[in-house]
Write a protein that binds this ligand. Sequence first.
Ligand SMILES: Nc1ncnc2c1ncn2[C@@H]1O[C@H](COP(=O)(O)OP(=O)(O)OP(=O)(O)O)[C@@H](O)[C@H]1O
Length: 618
Amino acid sequence: MDPAPKRRRIQRSASPTYKLDDEDDSYEPYVPVAQRRLARLEKLAAFGANSEKENARKQLEEISEREDAEKEEERERERARKERTLLMEAQDVHSRKAAEDAKKTDVEKVEEADAEILAAIASRRKLASDLELAKGIQYAESLKTSWRPPKYILDRSDEQHRKLREKYHIIVDGEDIPPPIEHFVDMKIPDPMLRFLKSNKIVTPTPIQLQGIPTAFSGRDMIGIAFTGSGKTLAFCLPLIMLALEEETKLSFVRGEGPVGVILCPSRELATQTYENMLTWTAAIAKEGKYPRLNTLLCIGGISMGEQSHVLNKGLHVVVATPGRLIDMLEKKRFTFNNCKYLCMDEADRMIDLGFEDDVRNIMSFFKRQRQTLLFSATMPRKIQDFAQQSLIKPILVNVGRAGAANLDVLQVVEYVKQEAKMVYLLECLQKTAPPVIIFSENKNEVDDIQEYLLLKGIEAVAIHGSKTQEERQYAIKSFKSGAKDVMVASGVASKGLDFNDIQHVIIFSMPKEIEDYVHQIGRTGRSGKTGIATTFVNMNTPEQTLLDLKYLLMEAGQKVPMFLQSIDDPRAAQGGSLKGCPVCGGLGHGISNCPKLEDAQRRQMASHRAADDGGGY
Ligand SMILES: Nc1ncnc2c1ncn2[C@@H]1O[C@H](COP(=O)(O)OP(=O)(O)OP(=O)(O)O)[C@@H](O)[C@H]1O
């Protein structure tokens, strides 16, 4: 057999080109095993008779089998060697990390984990329309408005403004902050509105109004944070009314034109309430004939939009909406946002935070021009503030008290009540004050059970939760607001932000996991400067971390801390860690790594999408 031809090998030269090398004589070509066996067989066959040939074939077979077995063993050894190396390497890495971790204190480990979670949150997409993001549209200047504060206020020094803010515990952040204004009359609000407010005992602006209204009137983007019941609704509705009045006065709106602005709410009930406020205020302004009548549309799931066709048949000034139904109407082109320049989100942390974020982006993509964006809430954790601020233009933060702190006009009583004793004790508790009373439970079935129990005991009670029909929800709110019913039993979600007259007592039958929800729930009493009581039942079913959040909240509000709460120790203190509040939910009793809000994020996201599917809101 001819020797195999000498292989031509490619060698790298010092130069960037390659040269062929034919001069390597020591090179032995590789001959495949099968080829070698064949050659041996041919060699043996060349020697003699058939029996010899048969012997030779057998011998060859034995040799081949032995060779195959040896090769297989070698491969096996090689595989084992490689596997062992990888395993050992993994063990090495593991023990190195364990050694590093062992050097870290518990606090450092928690801080590291917190930083990772924070980084994940920080990487969220900016809150802007996809169109703006895609086109890279970035407005650098705030929206221009014609409103100016009175000259005598403009003439005041920065120091005077600072002192005024200090007097009302207003914290501001941002560039060129408009001055605080202590009297409605100096805000240049239409006279009929001033008279209406006065007739409703709204005489002097609350701190959030005092700084928030001039800020919004000046066209500035803002984040407004203030206690429950501190008049945020007026602070974000009035600027929109003024804007719409100005536009309507310049050139009257006809069918197909408008709206000028939109107010987004996380629940249908809250949207309905804001809509009713809008109707009342715009009617009051138009009543004397000096100012035009403005048209407002309520855009929420569960109602027939046909009933409001008369509004759509006229020029439209204001839309109050929940996200799902609003997107539906915009997609169907029932109205457009071509000239819309005011977007306000009430309970904004809820809107941005869990679930509605993409809906909000979608809604923003319908805006065709620069808009003024305002976010309001009683609770707005630091992380949400930071995220929102990136999405606004030269925003101003107006903060009255700590975001997420309880309203100081609420007397908070926390009682240890065994699960099985709750219903009976509830009856006793209802004796504490005169009606109206709200009872909160986190569980829809429990809401129904409580209502049934109260009805059996002869107490006029209505119930509201997410599984009730829109009619049932509306009936419950109407009859409770009118005073026809003494008690309302509600799931926390369905009643956020609702403003009922003079609630004497809030009973929290089951403590919500998130302290923010607790703050909103007790905030149904102690509104507009009046005082109220909140009684909360806790027991061994209440997570320790929630109790710790509650303990710190009571301490912050200067309330009595019951013994059983006092005895709960903060594990962070034992570890020597810092006791700062959680940047995700604002709870003071835990860090980000065990924040209940993060655990619940996914569940809520799914729930809100379901709600949006059926027309928006909870
Ligand atoms: N300047 C004022 N003086 C007195 N009462 C006011 C003033 N402004 C608003 N109010 C009244 O205070 C009550 C609570 O207002 P509003 O519902 O706007 O509170 P909020 O801050 O939005 O609360 P929440 O965070 O619970 O939604 C309303 O009944 C409102 O009429």
